[in-house]
Design a protein around this ligand. Sequence first.
Ligand code: NOJ
Ligand code: CA
Length: 687
Amino acid sequence: MKSNQGGFRWALAMATITAMPGVAMAQAAHPVVTAASPDGSITLTVTTDNDSRAIWSLSRRGKLLVAPSKLGFILTDAIAMERGFAITGSDTAKSDTTWEQPWGERRYVRDNHNDVTVHFHQAGEWGGHEMAVHFRLFDNGIGFRYEIPKQPAMTTMNIADEITEFSVVPHGTAWWMPGGEWNRYEQVYQKTAIEGVSTAHTPVTMRLDDGTHLAIHEAALVDYSGYWLKHVTGGLFRTTLAPSSSGPRVSRKLPFDTPWRTIRIADNAAGLVENDLELNLNEPNKEGDVSWFKPIKYVGIWWGMITGKWSWAEGPNHGATTQRTKDTIDFAAKHHFGGVLVEGWDKGWNGNWFGNGSQFSYTEAVPDFDLQAVAAYAKKRGVQLIGHNETGGNIANYEAQLDDAFKLYHALGMNSVKTGYVADAGGIVAPGDKPGEIRMEFHDGQRQVQHHMKVVETAAKYHIAIDSHEPVKDTGLRRTYPNWIDREGARGMEYNAWGAYANGPDHEPTMVYTRMLSGPMDFTPGVLSLEGHDHVPLASTLAKQLGLYLALYSPIQMAADFPEELAKYPKELDFIAQVPADWSESHLIAGEVGEYAIFARKDRASEDWYVGGVNDATARDLTLRFDFLAPGRTYTATIYKDGEGANYQTEARHRIAYATRVVKKGDTLSLWLASGGGAAIRLHPGK
Ligand code: NOJ
Ligand code: CA
């Protein structure tokens, strides 16, 4: 429906062309399109300015949130799509549906939104450009994308950069990590004034001085470059796309749609977390029944390599031997872990894999690892073998082997693979135009985005789920491709293995409100010994290790420590064995950005609830309310909490206390969180 309704009107007031001596004062009209979210709280205005630039602005409850901000592109081979725009019309639509996730933090997701698509024509003697901007307004955020139709003057759009602006009006605080740096997304989070952000990866989280919470990100990043949010001045930000080795940062044949640019908007931290904006902006499941993948917890042959005790490469300290894998499978079976990850099983680790990766074989095992035998043993013991494909960033070498590798893993009874793209300078090695030529690409450039799609789509054919490390950021694609189960994409537990670079106590309570807004993370919690390489301690109490299973969602949750270390903590191991990795509901019941986060999550497979989470360096007392429990029912709460005097900075980090209580809906629980602490509670119906 193309119409002048739905808020499309001509506004003479918007056009003020200054009278100049000797020039007749002209008055041009600028059409204005307005739209509102379903409950009317968020309102959008789209128009053109006196430079004929396309601009958008946003208000919430009558207060300006985003001041007029520009839209457009710079092209490498044509006039920039920046000025000379006029609105030619608009379409509106609305929808209110609920859809089901095959696995995740919640089973049912409501998608209630209003749409408005604004059509622009850019005048020019070359024939002009056509561009539409499709806005989708929810009561807890907005998304908008460019829709570039087929048009006579352009068949391929070669984008030098996208110049979408977000001019955030109120002042406040931002949590963010630098974008475009050598260490990909594995950066330390920054907390600054909004004006203090430089160039950031998204999501960027903001708390405005009036308490409003925002998170700026993107959804459905397919065949395009990821954007970094570049600070311009004051509250003004502009998108800048990850560069490409081939000139234009993005090259697309017309017609095409860009990913959605998104802002979650909420009154508090919980409203930011319990928000499915990006998932709702993705297309529905294209893969159909993915019940062949079941969320699990897993152990692995990993901590030994990442702490430097064992090697990925062959040799006297080789980690992935047949016998060690069988022993780990036995441990998994005994303690009810669904999977065993094995790294360094394949050929290619002996050379310079770091940023090269040309030697990796994804089908051939090294001599002391009998792939057929361990796969058969895993099957016998009812444990899934989790594959590992480190690429060293050499995506050409990986792409050439994808079908053979996934076919083999499927035949061996495996259904998930962890991938890796370790390469310096933000780069990956992509195939060039000539044989043997290499090109460096960014982890979030268009070429790498295309690569991930190829991996995920090929894997789906063989019923393999993908957990990407050193990935491109998550933009909700798991809705469309539910075999893309997990990613790393931030500093994980591995930083604690390396001692000197260890994560600080506020890292995880910051990630809950930043990285985790984008989707599940394979953080790999469960280092119960609380130490990494050379006994360097973690910034964590023992209870916090359990709280991580509630704070950082992942459909495959690791217990990362050595099996013999895990076995020293039978009560904690029991909790990890029981805590689900698949939920029917998830609620943030207490928390502030960067400080602490306590979730209540309901098991998808039973009536059990789990409560828990993580704290930063400030010890605190909380009162938790069990409002979420079913009415008229009693539950036995098994509590794991920081013991008296626990503190992440001393040996007291191991102090843990256990308690049981009978609770019902509406009851409260006083809970003390230690400095660097956490808690975990299992609520089982009955006394
Ligand atoms: C970095 C990944 O994050 C880690 O989990 C993996 O073990 C190494 N790369 C080797 O692939
Ligand atoms: Ca990593």
